[in-house]
Design a binder for this molecule. Sequence first.
Ligand SMILES: N[C@@H](CCC(=O)N[C@@H](CS)C(=O)NCC(=O)O)C(=O)O
Length: 240
Amino acid sequence: MNPATLFQFELCPYCNKVSAGLELKGIPFRKVQVNPMSKKELPAIPGLPEGTKRKVPVLEMSGKLVMDSTDILKFLDAEVPDRVPFFPADEAARAKTEQIENWVDDTLTFALPTVIYGTWLEAAKAAQITARTSNFGLVQNAMVRAGGSLIMHQVSKSILKKRGKTDGHAWVSAELDQFEAWLGEQPFVCGDAPTLGDVATHGALSCIREFPMHAELMRRPRLAAWFTRMDDLRAKNRAS
Ligand SMILES: N[C@@H](CCC(=O)N[C@@H](CS)C(=O)NCC(=O)O)C(=O)O
């Protein structure tokens, strides 16, 4: 199989959802870090109305360009249906796993930046990671290292305000309670095998690996066991 190309930002939860899907399916791929300011690496998407905001992730695979993390995961499942099917056959299980993916897109992806950029220390770390992984020139790199944490911290504050929250860690913690309730005592949210909801949640949560919230997550025994299970499966299936 020809390697796919994932155009992404390193700390983008939507992009990390796609990485999780590609790894579980065993699809070889390379990442192209997109410059968040110019987005010059992003390929032109045919048919995209002029003036549409260009976003990551974008996946190039089998001669096609696909955007939007949910559409990309559906596309991957159609391309490689037999390995780790994302959609269970049972209707109720399918509705549950889709509900969890919607929660990832509508809630978790907004809550996570508040524990990635929420405190000055977190924001400084996020700026370093962005500068390290993005395709910046020398001047931009220095600017992001210096000013990125200010902007990121502001982004976190504005998300909290918009969502009527005051404390990002408490918010993410409450969302993790919700995911634990969905998980129950099962290995994965719909039983013995991972489905879309596991892929999306594990992908999005991968963004906080280098941040203090990750340690909080790993202090929850059931969640930590699930997270490690998903990590192991991704490592086992990942195309070399
Ligand atoms: N619904 C889209 C949302 C993608 C999205 O919002 N991506 C953000 C990065 S996390 C983006 O590219 N924003 C444009 C920008 O930063 O200029 C998906 O699921 O892929």
